[in-house]
Design a protein around this ligand. Structure first.
Ligand code: ZN
Length: 239
């Protein structure tokens, strides 16, 4: 195992003050273009460098943001009532230039939902590696999982699982399969394997024990499947 999304829980632990006003983001969701210039068409990559097309990956990320954002903008109020607030910003970063979350620099090689700023951030190197080794569906998984934390931040405590990371996986399953049911997203052959491999690859080696755990591969697949099968209702706390 090379990578783990270990940082989600740490940042998710930072609760915003109750008086924080979250600005409604504009309807159009843009992902900041990659800071890394893409190779010219037909150019050979320098030897030793990974063959990564940033334009393709950035487009997959932008598509994932659009699909997941549309799902929640359409369905949040149906399930939970009230007004849904989109993330305020989407911030790709590199290890050389770490952005902040609530004034603290984020970790390299990770993806986060930042509660104080209501932003979703990801290391471009992590996304490159996930895309290259895991496939495009893993990009959707990461975006939908981090967006799951953004949903949690808008829910009353009674609607939250103690296992916050697993509930984020559940919301990811609900959003991606819900988007497919809405016709805004289509699964491609091989995506299910990419998702389960991604959840396995990004899981802990031990079963879920406490609030910082992401759970072992079967915990994560179970939680994602709860959302796939039950939709958002499948992500309600079990009595
Ligand atoms: Zn997480």
């Amino acid at each position: 195992m090379l990578l783990a999304l270990t940082g989600c829980a740490a940042l998710f632990g930072a609760q915003p003050s109750p008086n924080t006003v979250v600005e409604q983001s504009p309807q159009t969701i843009e992902v900041t273009p990659s800071a890394t210039p893409s190779a010219a068409p037909g150019a050979e990559p320098p030897s030793g460098e990974p063959l990564v097309d940033h334009q393709v990956i950035d487009q997959e990320i932008a598509d994932a943001v659009s699909v997941v954002g549309q799902f929640w903008a359409t369905h949040f109020a149906e399930y939970y009532g009230g007004t849904y607030y989109s993330p305020a910003d989407f911030i790709p970063y590199t290890a050389d230039d770490l952005p902040g979350c609530g004034g603290e620099p984020v970790e390299p090689d990770n993806a986060f939902y930042c509660i104080p700023d209501n932003t979703i951030l990801w290391d471009q190197n992590l996304m490159d590696q996930l895309y290259t080794s895991g496939g495009d569906a893993v990009i959707y998984l990461v975006i939908a999982h981090e967006w799951g934390h953004e949903i949690q931040a808008q829910l009353p405590d009674a609607a939250l699982w103690t296992a916050e990371e697993l509930q984020a996986d559940c919301f990811a399953g609900a959003a991606l399969y819900g988007a497919a049911a809405d016709g805004t997203f289509q699964w491609e052959e091989g995506d299910t394997a990419e998702i389960t491999n991604g959840l396995t690859f990004l899981a802990d080696e031990t079963p879920w024990t406490d609030i910082d755990s992401h759970g072992d591969p079967l915990d994560r697949i179970d939680a994602f499947n709860d959302g796939r099968v039950g939709g958002t209702e499948g992500c309600l706390p079990v009595e």
